[in-house]
Design a protein. Structure first.
Length: 256
């Protein structure tokens, strides 16, 4: 008979913990969110298990604004655990407007894969102080085959479309549709913005890194026949040139 070694006890203990987690109810996910995020994030009517479950809605507070993400489901991919990472497949939304994607996190790595998702419209204004309470409208659509960070370097890319953007400062509604191309480039993420359609024109480029934060430079202007109606929005960016165009330059964050 083989002698039972300490390594065997460790393996059994790990197996026992895995079984406990595998059979853990979805209510444990609710408890974990509340413990780590307080009232800022909460699951409503969670059911199923910790590894695969669903909830009637996910409630999130962004920049003081409540956001509801309906009919959320999640599934942890077991195979990723053997690679030392946790991979979570998410889906949410109503019938005909389902959003889906995969988020993974591991030691010194993180990323998203196969994402086609509608994001809360409060997300973009919440990231840029100038836009808070000024550009509350519109829809955000994120698409990405893969955008990853590993051992300090970014690879892959994503596309973020801000459709039907609106502002309380102008009767022009919507202002337009805008696309942000995001590309991983070693220690930084490159950003390129362009106008897809609309009376308010916006374009520019910039980059984000953990050390430097976000830096962006561009310009904004308006169709001549709508310039008077859009003047309150344009004035947010300072005085215009002889054509009424405004320069945009801002910098936020970083570890300097």
């Amino acid at each position: 008979m083989k002698k039972f070694r300490m390594g065997h006890f460790a393996a059994l203990a790990a197996l026992f913990m895995a079984l406990l987690l595998a059979t853990a109810p979805a209510s444990l996910a609710s408890w974990l969110l509340q413990r780590n995020f307080g009232s800022a994030v909460a699951l409503e009517q969670a059911e199923g298990g910790l590894w695969a479950g669903r909830a009637k809605a996910l409630h999130v507070t962004l920049s003081g604004n409540p956001v509801v993400i309906p009919d959320l489901s999640w599934r942890v991919r077991w195979a990723s655990l053997f690679k030392g990472e946790v991979s979570l497949a998410l889906a949410y939304g109503t019938v005909g407007k389902t959003s889906a994607g995969t988020f993974y996190l591991g030691w010194d790595q993180a990323g998203i894969e196969n994402v086609d998702a509608a994001l809360p419209s409060a997300l973009l204004p919440g990231m840029i102080p100038l836009m808070r309470n000024t550009f509350p409208g519109g829809e955000l659509i994120l698409r990405s085959r893969k955008l990853a960070w590993k051992e300090g370097e970014f690879t892959g890319g994503a596309e973020l479309v801000w459709a039907n953007a609106g502002s309380a400062l102008s009767p022009v509604n919507p202002l337009g549709d805008y696309r942000f191309q995001i590309t991983g480039d070693r220690q930084r993420v490159l950003i390129r913005a362009e106008t897809l359609r609309g009376a308010l024109h916006f374009s520019g480029s910039g980059e984000w890194s953990m050390r430097e934060g976000l830096r962006f430079n561009g310009s904004t202007g308006a169709e001549p026949f709508r310039r008077a109606e859009l003047e309150p929005v344009l004035n947010l960016f300072g005085a215009g040139d002889r054509n009424g165009n405004r320069a945009i330059a801002f910098r936020t964050g970083g570890k300097r």
